[in-house]
Design a protein around this ligand. Sequence first.
Ligand SMILES: Cc1cc2nc3c(=O)[nH]c(=O)nc-3n(C[C@H](O)[C@H](O)[C@H](O)COP(=O)(O)OP(=O)(O)OC[C@H]3O[C@@H](n4cnc5c(N)ncnc54)[C@H](O)[C@@H]3O)c2cc1C
Length: 497
Amino acid sequence: MKRNPPELANKTFDLAIIVGGILGAGIARDATLRGLSVALVEKGDFASGTSSRSTKLVHGGLRYLEQLSFGLVAESCRERSILLEMASHLVTPLSFLLPAYEGDPRSLAMLRLGTTLYDWLTPRRHSATPRHRTLSASETIAAEPLLPSEQLRGAVLFYDCQMDDARLCLETVLDACRHGAACANYCQVIGFRQTWDRVDALQVVDQVSGDSFDLRAKCFVNATGPWVERVGQFASRESGRIAIGPTKGVHLIIPRINREHGIYFQSKRDQRMIFLLPWGDDSLLGTTDTAFTQSADDVRAEMEDVDYLLEQLRELAPLRAIEANEIITSFAGVRALIRSEQRRPSRRSREERIVAAGENLLTVAGGKYTTFRAISDKVVQRVSRLLGQRPARCLTAETPLADHRPQAKGTRISDSPSVFESDIAFACANEMAIALEDVMRRRTRLALSRYGGADVATQVSGMMARALAWNETTRSEQLERYLTQWGLSRPWERRHE
Ligand SMILES: Cc1cc2nc3c(=O)[nH]c(=O)nc-3n(C[C@H](O)[C@H](O)[C@H](O)COP(=O)(O)OP(=O)(O)OC[C@H]3O[C@@H](n4cnc5c(N)ncnc54)[C@H](O)[C@@H]3O)c2cc1C
């Protein structure tokens, strides 16, 4: 797929979508499969917002049962089964241990009750995510020797799924393109052209060429996640906007300390639930959940986030404490939660909201990555009605996302993740990768591994220079930009500066 912004300026589409996060991508694919003509513009790279910064779980959301969000959990469990079939190369089953210790706020009996309910709420069970089972204390230690045995009552073993969030988003965009959508990254919407209550066009700036153009459509969707309020202000009317209460979530990538199971454990400090997941040869620890008032463009892990997560890990695994200088890297994202009176961020609802503004603008926010396909279906039904059509049948569940990864060729760049020179060349030629960061962080997961530093980045920048005909100045600018971000993701290195 080639990046071609001028094709966006030359016609009037049925639908124009502001963004290429997973919601925008899902809506574009769904609408295209139903026969609408669709355009999508994203100000950065596809998935460069929250959709590459999640815990990377396609899950029912066990903890939402405590908030009595049965509808959300049932929908998420159903979507988990659908995504397992729809994108089996990117969504894989993962077993989890949920340990219970003497004195924990959630006892083993409560955890068993919760997982029993979780099983009931899975109407479309996939054989790869079987029902939960209870383990005795000794079975738990045998399954995961990292856990301290003192006061251990046992654990529940249950199943959810892990995903590659950035690639799932990207491949959803690319599949929309294959079915006829016109999508471009690095195209920022800076305003709307309106006649009374009707949006006629988006004013777009191509960040690569600097050119501006109008993107015309009959109907528009604002799905800008944490930026939804800012983009909503481009509309002349105040009604039909969504107010969000953003929270920040930080993850750490650390040397592998757990075995093959994910561990879902209770924080002793504030009773929050935290994940320790297998992540290739490493482990992924997260997340925090704190109110966030800055621009989502500037979100990153601070030392207090890192200290909080390491403290939780020390309580979980006192025999395998990790020091800050052992951490490989971190990443941070912003949850666009619908604003509510609930003061504890982790208790705010994860449900989505879809509202109409004026004649032809829909805004959607909230929800979870797991439910993007179902939310996209609801949005496209409303788009069809705004266009005066009866919604055609949604085809996304029954149309698999094909795995287009090229055959491995050339230099092997890393084992975990497995990346070859052919992946870099393919990303530049067919996946609209135009910056080093795109390849290191989202086309591959190198930036989320021990291969994210200067050596590999230099090697990859050389390969990109050949593929994209960069001169030496462009290559060193790209490298410097990427390494600045890599440095920001390692705040412990700045602690003593
Ligand atoms: C820490 C954390 C952990 C999470 N873990 C999970 C999980 O494990 N499982 C799960 O199901 N969900 C999880 N979620 C939730 C999930 O990640 C989000 O629901 C989902 O990624 C939101 O996608 P989105 O498309 O709405 O927003 P985003 O991915 O943020 O996309 C919005 C896009 O809008 C673009 N944009 C903004 N302004 C403009 C403009 N003017 N012009 C053009 N483009 C613009 C941005 O560049 C951005 O790419 C997690 C969220 C966080 C923060």
